[in-house]
Design a protein around this ligand. Structure first.
Ligand code: HEC
Length: 126
């Protein structure tokens, strides 16, 4: 009997520790989302050939595949989570990136997509 209650206490303590340890790490994952500078590098390497430098999708390759204008309202309206799934899983001619990019890299590239829209809201190249 005595042993069991010690075990119970141990479980409660470890559960408490687990909570304390997981909450701050969830916060730091969210903080990493904002690295648009790293996202730009990832974009140039992985996305630009279809989506173009400015995200407009006007490369020959992008046009022939029907690549979306990433600055457009229908795409920018999507939440980060939706964009994440699209990039991870792909959609029609959009290839999946789950094998190529890490979670952090996908989050960085999303941060960069938000920057692209802010820089060129009129859809013109710089
Ligand atoms: C091989 C060409 C190609 C590459 C490389 C590519 N895309 Fe796409 N992407 C497309 C096409 C084509 C579409 C339009 C898909 C469709 O038909 O709905 C698209 C659509 C999208 C959309 C909008 C999806 C939707 O359905 O609204 C996002 C966001 C996107 N791409 C992000 C990216 C990012 C970020 C990268 C790089 C990590 C990338 N793409 C690389 C071709 C590409």
């Amino acid at each position: 009997m005595k042993n069991r209650s010690i075990y119970g206490k141990f479980c409660k303590i470890s559960l408490g520790l687990l909570l304390v340890l997981t909450i701050p790490s969830a916060k730091s994952v969210a903080a990493q989302k904002a690295d648009a500078a790293s996202g730009q590098k990832i974009f140039v390497k992985n996305c630009q050939k279809c989506h173009d430098q400015d995200g407009s999708g006007s490369t020959i390759f992008g046009k022939s595949l029907g690549a979306a204008d990433l600055r457009s309202a229908p795409i920018q309206k999507k939440r980060d989570g939706e964009l994440y799934t699209l990039i991870e899983k792909g959609n029609k001619n959009m290839p999946p990136f789950d094998a190529t990019l890490s979670n952090t890299e996908i989050n960085d590239v999303i941060a960069y997509l938000r920057e692209l829209a802010k820089k060129q809201p009129d859809g013109k190249k710089q």
